[in-house]
Design a protein around this ligand. Sequence first.
Ligand code: PMT
Length: 361
Amino acid sequence: MIPDDAQSRYFTENPTPKALSKHEALVREFVEYHTSTDPERRVALVTSGGTTVPLENQTVRFIDNFSAGTRGATSAEYFLREGYAVIFLHRQYSLLPYSRHYSHSTNCFLDFMDDSGEGGNVVVRQEYQEKMRRVLEEYQYAKRNRLLLLLPFTTITEYLFELRSLATCLQPLHSRALFYLAAAVSDFFIPRDRMEEHKIQSSNVQDGKKTGDGKQLLINLDPVPKFLTTLVSQWAPEGSMIVSFKLETDPSLLVSKAEQALHKYGHDLVIGNLLTTRKWEVVFITKDGEERWVRVPKAKRSRSVSGIEELVGMADKNKRLDEEVDLNGGTVREGLEIESLIIPELAALHADRIFESGSKA
Ligand code: PMT
């Protein structure tokens, strides 16, 4: 399939990211290392976090979105547990696998320590020892075995250049590559030729209209071409598995929008999620028309400041809510992460896919 004009123009009219050639070299080396040390090794490209839309070339202001990278960083850990090597293409400074447990402002690492060690040494507090030991061991294992490659992006343009290049670098993996597109990708951007070079001056807003004492800044955004079709048909290795996410806020739209996305792009799986319930439930929409809900049982749900638990089940037209099993005697210490349910299922689907492509070869 030939990419449409808008897609071709996107890559010629927007600047190539400075880090791209370095990232390509790192990915080639990563793929080469894993294909030579373990020819069975599966590799997941996990995208994570939000892309920015700069308003100025020397960027002071930009449009951003809510994504903290929790889905991507958490999923990466579970892919590693399933034996994958992971390329983690993430928004710079968003959450990272392993350090996510301690780095976020709501989980400040300083709160996990005190100075009760010998001679006043700083140590991890007793109640956190067990979990931190496990996180540390997994982190060190991934590092020692070169299983995790971290690659940052910031803008929508950087993200799209990276996705295109890295997908082609994964060609040697054939069906052992899996794309897990959890990043929250901007749908609109300012093309380079319309972007201001310097900081937009509030006193000199060209397109401004008088509104009382102030002016309005009118921003004219173009749609970002949808690249998923081209990823599927051209960039990604033949036989690889491609999983995208669909985010909605209106429960009545989620399933139909996810189905439309799967139909339009022709890839393997769309995972639908609602902004308000995404930590507790997702829906798998598969090519064979299946709509399958994956849900954290009520008693194992973590608290979420922004989530609305009453909306769990609202997007499920059959309202097949699970039996509410109290798995923890009513005292939840730590919630079950929904990614611990999603990733093993994907790994099993991917294993079937690899088996099928092997038997076709
Ligand atoms: O990071 P968290 O706070 O944990 O939040 C996780 C999440 C809600 C961001 C994540 O679970 C999620 O839903 N990510 C995808 C959100 C999104 O961008 O949805 P979309 O409907 O805009 O795009 C759907 C798919 O189309 C995406 O997988 C993307 O790869 C693709 N796309 C998007 C834009 C574009 N120009 N081209 C594309 O191909």
